[in-house]
Each structure stands twice: as C-alpha cells, then as structure tokens.
Design a protein around this ligand. Structure first.
Ligand SMILES: [Mg+2]
Length: 316
C-alpha cells in the first residue's frame, strides 16, 4: 500500500470572542487539516492545538507537518512524540477510516458574564447548558439566580471555571450550588475544574466537602499522562476528555474503556473535520444519559458544518 500525505493550515472566525479564565480573548480559530490518500480511500485528520490546555503551539505542529514525508510509510503515522498531543490526535485519525455519521446530543455553550442571559433567550431550548465562570465571581454569583430562573425548568446547568477560582471562592460557590441542588435536584449537573490543576489535594478536598454537586476535571486531565495520574489517585468525580489535545485517540479510548472512567467528551472549537472525529469518540465513550460537550459548532458564522471534508479542503 502506498500513501500520499498533505496538510493545510486553516483559520476560522468566531461569531463572538471567546473568553475563559485561561484565555484572554480568542477571535480566530487556527488549525491544520491533514489529508492522507491510500490506494482505496482518502482519510482526513485535524490538528487543533490549544496551548493554554497543555498542547503544543500551532507553530510546533506546523513544523512537525513540514518535516513529515509526503509519501509516508504506515509506521510514519505513529511517530508524533508525546510532546505533540494535538499532532498525535490528527495523525491518529489518519490511522483509522473516518467515522462521521453519529451526532450525539450536546450541551449549549453560553458566553461568559451577563451575555449568557440574552443567549439563553435566543438559543433554541436544550436539555443542558454550560456557562463559563471564574472571570468575576462576585458578578457571576449575582447572575446565577437570574440564569436559574431563565433556564427551562428541567434543564441542567454546568459551570466551568477553567481553573480560575481560589479554594475559598470555590467553597463559596459550591455552597450556593449546593443550595440550588437542594431546592431542585440535579439542576447543577457539575462544576468543572474549579481550581488550577496544580491544586491536587484541594480538588480532592472539594469532592469530600460538597457531596451534592459533582465536580469534573478538565484541564487537570488534558493529556493521557495526566488522565493516568488522576485515575491512579482514584478521582471520584467526572473526567472531561478533549480528544483533540489528549494524544493518540486509540490509546486514550482504550485507557478510558479499561478503567470504566466516567467520561464526558468535549470539543475544542475544531473545524468539522476534527469535530466529527471527536463526536465519533463521544459516541464510543460518553454516557448515553449525558449530553456531551460538543456545542462549539454554533460559535462559527460560516457554513462549514454542512460541508464535506473534501469541500473544506478546497476552501480558499
Ligand atoms: Mg472545561
């Protein structure tokens, strides 16, 4: 079998700037598409780095692609080192026939701050919403009851602090969230990454102290090595898995399955090529009764979601 490899950087504008506790302001998503032609089919992959979550930079990924042979051997597809986890994902996708047909239900991602209130009013009703917090906890605690009132009565809310809270702030927030869940069980589905990944003991303490609110790790488990670390710690909460930056998809998938990890799969503003590969992993690993974190596609204004990989590749 002979292979022909090509890559192409892309950029894609966001409908509105993305702010998180880790990223000041992102207006354009940059990534790389991968194309592999075999004797029988064309396969697609995507490298979608996110350095503030521990992946390589775009420049490092482009350098790897530039050094990659245009007529690779099968073994070459497995040479991306652990320091390039987003490249491992992209090239790992080339090692499998692309699965594209399953679309899991997803949480609606609300913008940070007060903009979430208007976003709820205009979004089509959903079962699960996600709100980014940790930018200004005082005003967020003010907004929370308003958000609670505006949400459909049976909807669930996930809060994502992206590691931006102190331990004292996290305790304060969890007290409020516990009260909400006491009033309406399950309203707060979980609090995601309240503390910085370095605060291992504090994260374990929060789980013990606040049993009525589930806590999920995200930035703490960005790559396979950190996923293995927390599994060994016996983390009793949830794991948010971002396949696009986690490393070899085959290895990550197997680790989660062998250890029966409670996983919620999350996308990272990939283009449809990467997003569909992430959605396929969500279909394999995610719990059927939980919305997966795939609600990033609505953040783009273009019509890329309706395009095939081949049509995207032709994009100017
Ligand atoms: Mg998160």
């Amino acid at each position: 079998m002979s292979f022909r490899f090509a890559f192409r950087p892309y950029q894609r504008r966001l409908r509105q700037p993305l702010r998180t506790a880790r990223d000041a302001q992102i207006t354009v998503r940059l990534g790389i598409w991968l194309r592999l032609e075999t004797d029988t089919e064309v396969r697609w992959g995507e490298i979608a780095p996110w350095p503030s979550f521990g992946s390589e930079t775009l420049a490092e990924a482009i350098a790897f692609c530039e050094a990659f042979p245009p007529d690779p051997e099968w073994e070459d597809l497995a040479t991306a080192p652990d320091s390039l986890p987003a490249c491992q994902f992209g090239f790992g996708c080339l090692r499998e026939s692309n699965a594209t047909d399953f679309l899991p239900t997803s949480a609606v991602l609300l913008p940070a701050g007060a903009a979430a209130l208007t976003a709820i009013a205009t979004a089509s009703p959903a079962t699960t919403y996600k709100w980014k917090i940790g930018l200004d906890l005082e005003s967020e605690l003010d907004l929370l009851p308003q958000l609670d009132r505006l949400l459909p009565s049976a909807a669930k809310l996930r809060l994502d602090a992206n590691g931006g809270l102190t331990k004292a702030q996290a305790d304060r927030l969890l007290q409020v969230l516990t009260a909400i869940n006491e009033r309406r069980s399950g309203r707060i589905e979980w609090l995601e990454q309240p503390l910085d990944p370095s605060q291992v003991d504090d994260l374990l303490q929060l789980v013990q102290d606040w049993p009525l609110v589930a806590i999920a790790l995200d930035e703490s488990v960005s790559q396979l090595s950190s996923l293995q670390f927390w599994q060994a710690q016996g983390w009793p909460g949830l794991y948010v898995l971002k396949p696009a930056i986690a490393g070899w998809p085959q290895t990550v998938r197997q680790f989660c399955q062998v250890h029966h990890l409670p996983v919620v799969v999350s996308s990272m503003f990939e283009s449809p090529i990467g997003w569909r590969a992430v959605a396929a992993i969500a279909a394999q690993l995610g719990r059927a009764d939980q919305a997966q974190g795939l609600g990033t596609t609505a953040w783009f204004t273009d019509d890329w979601e309706s395009k095939t990989a081949a049509a995207l590749w032709q994009h100017p």
